[in-house]
Design a protein around this ligand. Structure first.
Ligand SMILES: Nc1ncnc2c1ncn2[C@@H]1O[C@H](COP(=O)(O)OP(=O)(O)OP(=O)(O)O)[C@@H](O)[C@H]1O
Ligand SMILES: [Mg+2]
Length: 307
């Protein structure tokens, strides 16, 4: 996969994040992240570009790139399948340094959050079982082979893609842009990066009360599985939750408290409130930045999300 850095530079230079349709280099948004926006750019329909306008200088973007590459290597070593990727650091004077992750673009209709609306019941069961077993590879890896290392991931449905044409039938993991792993207990990603896309007036509160909790959740297998089950509410398939709870409980070992539907519901209620509130604050920040301060707002926010 070859990334045209000159094209990315021109795209970044002319981009107004609040008015994508006026970009002289045509681009379409194909997804939203907390810290990234995902684009198809120009006529390159085979690549998904994840734009991260987060960095103060070249060296912090480079440091992120190293952690990102190591995370991908570890996920593969643990047995996960990732689409091929490449990175590019783009520096437009007077702007934040932006990192692009170019990842092979996979068909939108094969993402698990789409498939669950289309598959037959037995295929949905297979899909949830397969995702659960991919997630378990991470905890096996942590437990059995690498005591000094803790690897983590985000198990949500929109991060898994079921491809039938390669390897016959295989599940791919695409959410690599938040490299979550600890070596000797030390978080390898600079946690401040999580805060970069949040409103400045909230940062100290988030840093003080929420950040550690949000990050810790990804390192707790039970929490990752609850989050996956609760995701079926967001994706409008609550009828699949009892099946999911049954499947996911098989992945837990005997000293872990099994998931229950009530625990999943409670988790979802809280999670929904937190993310809805957070998005509202980001919108306020965007409004203050663009309308009152009349400055550039770097991030692209999703519209209303049906939860
Ligand atoms: N390689 C890809 N091919 C096609 N679509 C993609 C690809 N990568 C991401 N997307 C789309 O963008 C969505 C969000 O992507 P991703 O999971 O990487 O971001 P995220 O979860 O918001 O990550 P973060 O918060 O770490 O930035 C995906 O669910 C999918 O719809
Ligand atoms: Mg994701």
């Amino acid at each position: 996969m070859l990334v045209d850095e000159h094209l990315l530079f021109e795209f970044e230079k002319k981009l107004n994040p609040q008015n994508l349709k006026d970009s002289p280099i045509p681009a379409a948004l194909i997804g939203f992240g907390e810290i990234s926006a995902i684009f198809e750019i120009a006529d390159n329909s085979r690549v998904a570009f994840k734009r991260m306008p987060l960095f103060q200088d070249h060296s912090s973007a480079k440091a992120y790139t190293n952690v990102f590459n190591e995370y991908c290597r570890l996920l593969i070593d643990a047995g996960l399948r990732l689409p091929p990727h490449q990175t590019a650091i783009i520096e437009v004077p007077g702007r934040p340094v932006t990192l692009y992750i170019a990842q092979e673009k996979l068909p939108a209709g094969r993402f698990a959050h789409q498939l669950i609306h289309e598959l037959e019941a037995d295929e949905n069961q297979w899909l949830i079982e397969s995702i659960a077993s991919e997630i378990s590879k991470i905890w096996c890896y942590n437990r059995d082979q690498h005591p000094a290392l803790k690897l983590a991931l985000d198990g949500q449905l929109s991060n898994w893609v079921w491809l039938e044409d390669r390897d016959q039938s295989a599940i791919y993991y695409i959410d690599t842009s938040t490299p979550l792993f600890r070596q000797e207990g030390i978080e390898q990603l600079d946690a401040e990066l999580f805060l970069k896309s949040s409103p400045p007036f909230l940062r100290w509160i988030l840093r003080r009360f929420f950040l550690a909790d949000v990050i810790n959740r990804y390192y707790d297998q039970r929490q990752v599985l609850i989050d996956l089950a609760a995701n079926l509410f967001k994706e409008q398939r609550p009828d699949l939750i009892s099946l999911a709870v049954e499947i996911l409980n098989r992945q837990l070992v005997s000293d872990q408290v099994p998931l229950t539907i009530d625990a999943v519901k409670k988790y979802y209620r809280e999670d929904k409130l937190v993310w809805t509130l957070f998005l509202s604050f980001r919108r306020i920040d965007r409004w203050l930045t663009t309308k009152i301060l009349r400055r550039r707002y770097e991030f692209i926010l999703p519209g209303n999300i049906k939860r």
